[in-house]
Write a protein that binds this ligand. Structure first.
Ligand SMILES: Nc1ncnc2c1ncn2[C@@H]1O[C@H](COP(=O)(O)OP(=O)(O)OP(=O)(O)O)[C@@H](O)[C@H]1O
Ligand SMILES: [Mg+2]
Length: 256
């Protein structure tokens, strides 16, 4: 079991952000999470990382129950890339600095990186096909390159769970396909993490995302095998409007 949530809720300012949420993720599954703006996706991901606390219900992640384990320790096993993270890096830090920094950020060391750390960072940059950017200042990278560097950083400690919150936001259609290809490659690595992938764009749901969760107004609308969840009928019910859906190259394309 990678994670389980039983009757999880999150209340802020007397308002339910997440309500009665039941969800389980097992090893070997990769999940796409879809929901309109404000449906609670980022809150859900932040809760898994222990940045937001549940107001009720039970949650366990990577075999640890929330409330009876130090979540800071667990975070070492979770890699997260979210657009809010991007804004934290600027100035002259190189791509390599940023990826190497991932090792220290999650294990709380502030020493000079040893050779083995640099080696681990370079390996991740290579896996994301951006080794050539290692010595370029992060602030000068393109949006797509920045996203790859942040994914390399999230992977540097070989996490068991990788959370990607709208990684393709702001990318042109070609950069998007390149990044999706890199994400696909990650799932083929020897110690591949379980991936949770949030997007507004259904067509980004690669075949490797064999499970999908549709989140609406803080509640699970449907969850299960992507082939069963991502049907025209179910998506029309989810969006509360009639949509057309067709599978092309094993990916779902939706038109309003
Ligand atoms: N700390 C907070 N206090 C009050 N309301 C909050 C808080 N955090 C989130 N919310 C509200 O909870 C709702 C869900 O927010 P969240 O960021 O999880 O949505 P999202 O599904 O990630 O949306 P988007 O697709 O726009 O990123 C929003 O209405 C937001 O305003
Ligand atoms: Mg969000």
């Amino acid at each position: 079991m990678i994670l389980s949530m039983a009757n999880i809720s999150c209340i802020k300012n007397d308002k339910y952000i997440l309500k009665g949420m039941n969800w389980t993720v097992e090893a070997g599954q990769h999940w796409a999470i879809v929901g309109l703006n404000g449906s609670g996706k980022t809150t859900l991901l932040n809760m898994l990382c222990g940045y937001v606390f549940p107001s009720g219900g039970d949650m366990s992640v990577l075999g640890r129950s929330f409330g009876s384990y130090d979540w800071r320790k667990l975070r070492r096993k979770i890699g997260i890339v979210s657009s809010s993270l991007q804004e934290k890096f600027y100035g002259g830090e190189t791509a390599l600095d940023i990826v190497t920094g991932g090792i220290f950020a999650t294990i709380g060391l502030y020493d000079e990186p040893a050779k083995k750390h640099t080696k681990a960072a370079v390996l991740r940059l290579k896996q994301l096909n951006c080794h050539h950017l290692a010595h370029q200042a992060y602030s000068t990278l393109s949006q797509g390159e920045k996203q790859k560097v942040l994914i390399a950083r999230a992977l540097v400690n070989t996490p068991e769970l990788l959370i990607l919150d709208e990684p393709c936001a702001g990318l042109d259609i070609f950069a998007r396909e390149l990044l999706l290809n890199s994400i696909d490659q990650i799932t083929r690595l020897k110690q591949a993490p379980t991936i949770l992938y949030v997007s507004h764009h259904i067509e980004e749901i690669l075949p490797v995302f064999n499970f999908s969760l549709l989140l609406r107004r803080g509640e699970v609308h449907s969850a299960g095998l992507s082939k069963q969840v991502l049907t025209q009928k179910n998506l029309s019910s989810f969006f509360e409007t009639s949509v057309t859906m067709r599978w092309r190259n094993n990916r779902p394309w939706v038109e309003v």
